[in-house]
Design a protein around this ligand. Structure first.
Ligand code: CP
Ligand code: NVA
Length: 309
């Protein structure tokens, strides 16, 4: 059994195994419907329990289809209906019950500490479906999408992130280290990654560069990523932050600094950090990116169940 919380804690070899499995499984589903089950139904009879403490559209739907396609099923809990929140039931007891009734637990949470607490008390795998510091399932799936579109290993590509130093970027930084790709980060000085992450970047040498000029960050990129300036856990002054990010908006002028065949990715939902002209262009691969969450999460589930081929 394996947990899937942060990319930095999973070996590069296992991450690659997940991507290889996802590619194989995706190619075998060309003529199947969304609810058709993969040959051999490897997770037949298994229940994935999901809980969302924050809003979700894609993660919710993609995990639902992922476990279904593997032959299992899912149940989504609302945190406000459990005793855990208002009734004072402990994480320890909640985790025990979830482990008795379910076979894996996917949690989207406001607290990284809560993920660790659940991990400690569960006897089944836990998957991080987004936390304040990480969005690991999203970024592993994005690596898959990039390699699928570019038809080469991500280690041969230059990736640019133009946006806030948030959970999605943290996972992208970890991916850059695990998969050895060049990463340019473009963000205002006041919104750079925190000290701990800067230290981590420094210790890994040279492949990750941070710019306060978005054009420099975008220069020569094969992929440009962005995300909402204001994330769900943001508590700071939003008007001020949006003002600081004004010149980091993804538009035609900025994307022209990247390679001609550069693609645009965004985990969604979007705010107004990207022009419609780019978002709706052929360069934008955001719908393929969203769809691939299903395929990669299936292989993440198999990894968690110790069933990766
Ligand atoms: N990208 C992503 O995780 O989307 P949701 O918040 O809709 O799940
Ligand atoms: N950074 C965003 C990602 C949403 C999928 C947030 O945490 O709100």
């Amino acid at each position: 059994m394996n947990h899937f919380i942060n990319l930095k804690d999973i070996s590069a070899k296992d991450l690659r195994k997940i991507l290889i499995d996802a590619k194989k499984r995706k190619s075998l589903r060309k003529n199947l419907n969304n609810l058709d089950v993969d040959i051999k139904a490897p997770l037949k009879g298994k229940l994935l329990i999901q809980m969302f403490e924050k809003s979700s559209l894609r993660t919710r739907l993609s995990f639902y289809l992922a476990i279904k396609q593997l032959g299992g099923s899912t149940l989504t809990l609302r945190p406000d209906e459990l005793h855990l929140s208002k009734g004072g039931e402990s994480i320890q007891d909640t985790a025990k019950v979830i482990s008795i009734f379910g076979n894996a637990f996917m949690l989207r949470t406001n607290s990284d500490k809560k993920l660790e607490e659940f991990k400690k008390h569960l006897s089944i795998p836990i998957i991080n479906g987004l936390s304040p510091s990480s969005h690991a399932t999203q970024i592993l799936s994005d690596v898959f999408t990039i390699e699928e579109i570019k038809k080469k290993p991500i280690s041969k590509l230059k990736i640019a992130w133009i946006g806030d130093s948030n959970n999605v970027l943290n996972s992208l930084i970890s991916a850059s280290i695990k998969f050895s790709f060049k990463l340019n980060i473009g963000c205002p000085i006041a919104y750079r990654p925190n000290k701990k992450i800067l230290k981590y970047i420094k210790s890994k040498k040279n492949k990750i560069l941070i710019y306060d000029d978005p054009k420099k960050a975008a220069s020569g990129a094969d992929v440009i990523f962005s995300d909402k300036v204001i994330s769900m856990n943001d508590k700071g002054n939003k008007t001020k932050k949006l003002r600081h990010f004004k010149k980091f908006r993804i538009n035609k002028e900025l994307i022209d600094f990247a390679k001609r065949d550069c693609i645009f990715l965004h985990c969604l939902p979007r705010g107004n950090e990207v022009d419609d002209k780019i978002f709706l262009s052929n360069q934008s691969k955001v719908w393929q990116q969203a769809l691939n969450r299903i395929h990669v999460q299936k292989s993440i589930l198999l990894y968690c169940f110790g069933k990766l081929r």
